[in-house]
Write a protein that binds this ligand. Structure first.
Ligand SMILES: O=C(CO)COP(=O)(O)O
Length: 256
Protein backbone atom coordinates (compact mmCIF):
# COMPACT_ATOMS: atom_id res chain seq x y z
CA UNK A 1 0.00 0.00 0.00
CA UNK A 2 1.29 3.45 -0.77
CA UNK A 3 1.19 6.32 1.65
CA UNK A 4 -1.65 8.00 -0.25
CA UNK A 5 -4.02 5.18 0.71
CA UNK A 6 -3.75 6.21 4.36
CA UNK A 7 -5.65 9.36 5.19
CA UNK A 8 -3.24 11.83 6.74
CA UNK A 9 -3.81 12.81 10.33
CA UNK A 10 -2.85 16.06 12.01
CA UNK A 11 -3.40 15.99 15.77
CA UNK A 12 -2.87 18.87 18.17
CA UNK A 13 -1.74 18.05 21.69
CA UNK A 14 -2.51 21.09 23.81
CA UNK A 15 -0.77 19.52 26.82
CA UNK A 16 -1.50 21.46 30.08
CA UNK A 17 -2.42 24.70 28.33
CA UNK A 18 -5.68 26.68 28.08
CA UNK A 19 -8.27 27.06 30.81
CA UNK A 20 -11.94 26.81 29.83
CA UNK A 21 -12.33 30.35 28.41
CA UNK A 22 -9.06 30.04 26.47
CA UNK A 23 -10.04 26.58 25.16
CA UNK A 24 -13.36 27.94 23.90
CA UNK A 25 -11.59 30.79 22.17
CA UNK A 26 -9.01 28.56 20.49
CA UNK A 27 -11.64 26.01 19.45
CA UNK A 28 -13.72 28.77 17.86
CA UNK A 29 -10.72 30.10 15.97
CA UNK A 30 -9.82 26.61 14.77
CA UNK A 31 -13.34 25.96 13.49
CA UNK A 32 -13.04 29.18 11.49
CA UNK A 33 -9.54 28.62 10.18
CA UNK A 34 -8.89 24.90 9.75
CA UNK A 35 -9.73 23.88 6.20
CA UNK A 36 -11.99 20.84 5.75
CA UNK A 37 -10.50 18.26 3.38
CA UNK A 38 -11.07 14.59 2.65
CA UNK A 39 -7.31 14.19 2.42
CA UNK A 40 -6.64 14.93 6.07
CA UNK A 41 -8.23 14.09 9.37
CA UNK A 42 -7.87 16.72 12.09
CA UNK A 43 -7.94 16.05 15.82
CA UNK A 44 -7.43 18.36 18.79
CA UNK A 45 -6.58 17.03 22.23
CA UNK A 46 -7.31 19.58 24.98
CA UNK A 47 -6.82 18.99 28.71
CA UNK A 48 -9.56 16.89 30.35
CA UNK A 49 -11.25 19.92 31.93
CA UNK A 50 -11.69 21.47 28.48
CA UNK A 51 -13.05 18.42 26.68
CA UNK A 52 -16.75 19.17 27.17
CA UNK A 53 -16.63 22.83 26.14
CA UNK A 54 -14.33 22.10 23.21
CA UNK A 55 -16.62 19.31 22.06
CA UNK A 56 -19.50 21.76 22.06
CA UNK A 57 -17.53 24.35 20.08
CA UNK A 58 -16.32 21.95 17.37
CA UNK A 59 -19.62 20.09 16.97
CA UNK A 60 -20.63 20.01 13.30
CA UNK A 61 -17.13 20.97 12.09
CA UNK A 62 -14.52 18.69 10.49
CA UNK A 63 -12.40 18.80 13.66
CA UNK A 64 -12.48 15.74 15.89
CA UNK A 65 -11.90 15.53 19.61
CA UNK A 66 -9.19 13.60 21.41
CA UNK A 67 -8.16 13.26 25.06
CA UNK A 68 -4.60 13.27 26.40
CA UNK A 69 -4.99 10.33 28.77
CA UNK A 70 -7.43 7.69 30.01
CA UNK A 71 -7.68 5.08 32.74
CA UNK A 72 -8.45 1.50 31.76
CA UNK A 73 -10.92 0.66 34.57
CA UNK A 74 -14.61 1.27 33.84
CA UNK A 75 -15.52 3.16 37.03
CA UNK A 76 -15.01 3.38 40.76
CA UNK A 77 -12.53 4.60 43.34
CA UNK A 78 -9.76 5.97 41.09
CA UNK A 79 -9.46 9.57 42.21
CA UNK A 80 -8.45 11.94 39.45
CA UNK A 81 -8.87 9.48 36.61
CA UNK A 82 -11.11 9.49 33.52
CA UNK A 83 -12.72 6.41 31.96
CA UNK A 84 -13.32 5.53 28.32
CA UNK A 85 -17.07 5.96 28.79
CA UNK A 86 -16.51 9.44 30.21
CA UNK A 87 -14.50 10.33 27.11
CA UNK A 88 -17.25 8.91 24.92
CA UNK A 89 -19.83 11.02 26.74
CA UNK A 90 -18.16 14.17 25.36
CA UNK A 91 -17.74 12.61 21.89
CA UNK A 92 -14.00 12.13 22.10
CA UNK A 93 -13.02 9.67 19.38
CA UNK A 94 -9.23 9.74 19.88
CA UNK A 95 -6.96 9.52 22.91
CA UNK A 96 -3.22 10.03 23.21
CA UNK A 97 -1.52 7.36 25.31
CA UNK A 98 2.07 6.81 26.34
CA UNK A 99 3.30 10.34 25.75
CA UNK A 100 6.91 10.63 26.91
CA UNK A 101 5.87 13.31 29.42
CA UNK A 102 3.51 10.80 31.04
CA UNK A 103 6.15 8.09 30.92
CA UNK A 104 8.77 10.38 32.49
CA UNK A 105 6.81 12.48 34.98
CA UNK A 106 4.04 10.05 35.90
CA UNK A 107 5.97 6.81 35.58
CA UNK A 108 3.70 5.20 33.01
CA UNK A 109 4.97 1.86 31.80
CA UNK A 110 4.54 0.00 28.53
CA UNK A 111 2.23 -2.36 30.41
CA UNK A 112 -0.01 0.56 31.44
CA UNK A 113 -0.02 1.87 27.87
CA UNK A 114 -0.96 -1.55 26.55
CA UNK A 115 -3.90 -1.75 29.00
CA UNK A 116 -5.04 1.73 27.99
CA UNK A 117 -4.91 0.81 24.29
CA UNK A 118 -7.01 -2.30 24.90
CA UNK A 119 -9.60 -0.39 26.94
CA UNK A 120 -9.85 2.39 24.36
CA UNK A 121 -10.21 0.01 21.43
CA UNK A 122 -12.88 -1.99 23.25
CA UNK A 123 -14.73 1.31 23.72
CA UNK A 124 -14.33 2.32 20.06
CA UNK A 125 -11.89 5.19 20.78
CA UNK A 126 -8.78 5.38 18.61
CA UNK A 127 -5.51 5.40 20.57
CA UNK A 128 -2.66 7.62 19.43
CA UNK A 129 0.07 5.57 21.03
CA UNK A 130 3.33 7.45 21.50
CA UNK A 131 6.86 6.14 21.46
CA UNK A 132 10.28 7.71 21.15
CA UNK A 133 13.80 7.70 22.50
CA UNK A 134 15.77 10.04 24.73
CA UNK A 135 18.85 11.91 23.56
CA UNK A 136 21.02 9.48 25.49
CA UNK A 137 19.56 6.48 23.64
CA UNK A 138 19.92 8.24 20.29
CA UNK A 139 23.52 9.21 20.96
CA UNK A 140 24.24 5.59 21.81
CA UNK A 141 22.85 4.66 18.38
CA UNK A 142 20.16 2.49 19.97
CA UNK A 143 17.09 4.51 18.94
CA UNK A 144 15.63 2.03 16.45
CA UNK A 145 16.04 -0.90 18.81
CA UNK A 146 14.53 1.11 21.69
CA UNK A 147 11.45 2.20 19.76
CA UNK A 148 10.87 -1.27 18.26
CA UNK A 149 10.89 -2.67 21.79
CA UNK A 150 8.32 -0.06 22.92
CA UNK A 151 6.07 -0.90 19.96
CA UNK A 152 6.22 -4.63 20.67
CA UNK A 153 5.31 -4.12 24.34
CA UNK A 154 2.64 -1.49 23.68
CA UNK A 155 0.86 -3.64 21.06
CA UNK A 156 1.09 -6.99 22.84
CA UNK A 157 -2.15 -8.95 22.48
CA UNK A 158 -3.95 -6.10 20.67
CA UNK A 159 -6.46 -7.09 18.05
CA UNK A 160 -6.88 -4.61 15.25
CA UNK A 161 -9.83 -5.11 12.97
CA UNK A 162 -9.78 -1.64 11.43
CA UNK A 163 -6.21 -0.32 11.00
CA UNK A 164 -7.45 3.26 10.70
CA UNK A 165 -8.50 2.97 14.36
CA UNK A 166 -5.02 2.56 15.82
CA UNK A 167 -2.40 5.28 15.43
CA UNK A 168 1.26 5.39 16.43
CA UNK A 169 3.12 8.64 17.07
CA UNK A 170 6.91 8.67 16.95
CA UNK A 171 8.17 11.52 19.10
CA UNK A 172 11.90 11.63 19.76
CA UNK A 173 12.08 13.14 23.27
CA UNK A 174 15.04 15.35 22.38
CA UNK A 175 12.93 17.08 19.71
CA UNK A 176 9.89 17.82 21.90
CA UNK A 177 9.45 21.49 22.74
CA UNK A 178 13.14 22.10 22.10
CA UNK A 179 12.95 23.60 18.64
CA UNK A 180 15.43 20.86 17.73
CA UNK A 181 13.65 18.92 15.00
CA UNK A 182 14.56 15.53 13.74
CA UNK A 183 15.32 15.58 10.03
CA UNK A 184 12.77 14.01 7.73
CA UNK A 185 15.30 11.19 7.16
CA UNK A 186 15.62 10.64 10.95
CA UNK A 187 11.83 10.41 11.19
CA UNK A 188 11.62 7.99 8.25
CA UNK A 189 14.34 5.75 9.64
CA UNK A 190 12.35 5.13 12.82
CA UNK A 191 8.85 5.27 11.27
CA UNK A 192 9.99 2.69 8.70
CA UNK A 193 11.21 0.45 11.52
CA UNK A 194 7.90 0.97 13.32
CA UNK A 195 5.98 -0.11 10.21
CA UNK A 196 8.21 -3.18 9.83
CA UNK A 197 7.49 -4.09 13.46
CA UNK A 198 3.76 -3.60 12.90
CA UNK A 199 4.02 -5.97 9.93
CA UNK A 200 5.61 -8.57 12.23
CA UNK A 201 2.93 -8.10 14.87
CA UNK A 202 -0.24 -7.63 12.80
CA UNK A 203 0.63 -8.71 9.25
CA UNK A 204 1.21 -6.63 6.13
CA UNK A 205 -2.32 -5.52 5.37
CA UNK A 206 -3.08 -4.20 8.84
CA UNK A 207 0.34 -2.58 9.19
CA UNK A 208 -0.13 -0.83 5.85
CA UNK A 209 -3.31 0.79 7.12
CA UNK A 210 -1.98 2.10 10.44
CA UNK A 211 -1.11 5.79 10.50
CA UNK A 212 2.30 6.71 11.92
CA UNK A 213 2.72 10.33 12.98
CA UNK A 214 5.88 12.32 13.64
CA UNK A 215 5.98 14.66 16.64
CA UNK A 216 8.64 17.02 17.99
CA UNK A 217 8.86 20.71 17.07
CA UNK A 218 6.68 20.12 14.00
CA UNK A 219 5.53 23.43 12.52
CA UNK A 220 4.19 24.92 9.28
CA UNK A 221 7.73 25.41 7.96
CA UNK A 222 8.86 21.81 8.31
CA UNK A 223 5.75 19.64 8.09
CA UNK A 224 5.87 19.10 4.31
CA UNK A 225 9.31 17.49 4.59
CA UNK A 226 8.06 14.93 7.11
CA UNK A 227 4.89 14.20 5.16
CA UNK A 228 6.92 13.50 2.03
CA UNK A 229 8.43 10.44 3.73
CA UNK A 230 6.95 7.04 2.91
CA UNK A 231 6.04 6.02 6.46
CA UNK A 232 5.08 9.38 7.95
CA UNK A 233 1.31 9.85 7.72
CA UNK A 234 0.85 12.99 9.74
CA UNK A 235 1.98 14.87 12.81
CA UNK A 236 1.32 15.12 16.52
CA UNK A 237 1.79 18.81 17.17
CA UNK A 238 2.46 20.45 20.53
CA UNK A 239 3.39 24.14 20.63
CA UNK A 240 2.24 24.97 17.11
CA UNK A 241 -1.23 23.56 17.85
CA UNK A 242 -1.85 26.31 20.42
CA UNK A 243 -1.97 29.00 17.74
CA UNK A 244 -4.92 28.66 15.38
CA UNK A 245 -3.06 30.17 12.41
CA UNK A 246 -0.13 27.78 12.62
CA UNK A 247 -2.23 24.68 13.25
CA UNK A 248 -4.51 25.61 10.33
CA UNK A 249 -1.45 26.18 8.13
CA UNK A 250 -0.19 22.69 8.98
CA UNK A 251 -3.52 21.13 8.09
CA UNK A 252 -3.48 23.07 4.84
CA UNK A 253 -0.02 21.70 3.98
CA UNK A 254 -1.17 18.16 4.79
CA UNK A 255 -4.19 18.57 2.54
CA UNK A 256 -2.06 19.53 -0.49
O1 LIG B 1 5.06 16.37 22.37
C1 LIG B 1 4.63 16.82 21.32
C2 LIG B 1 3.28 16.52 20.85
O2 LIG B 1 2.71 15.49 21.59
C3 LIG B 1 5.47 17.73 20.50
O3 LIG B 1 5.52 18.95 21.12
P1 LIG B 1 6.15 20.21 20.34
O4 LIG B 1 5.47 20.24 18.99
O5 LIG B 1 5.83 21.39 21.19
O6 LIG B 1 7.61 19.92 20.20
Amino acid sequence: MTQSKRTRLIAGNWKMNNDVPAAKELAEALVEQVPASDAVEVVICPPTIDLACTSHKIAGSAIKLGAQNVYWEAKGAYTGETSCDMLKSVDATYCIIGHSERRDYFHETDEDINKKAKALMAAGITPISCCGESLEVREAGKHVEFVVDQIKKDTEGLEITDPSKYVVAYEPIWAIGTGKTATAADAQEVCGAIRATLVEVFGQETADGIRILYGGSAKPENIAGFLAEEDVDGALVGGASLVAESFAAMVEKAAE
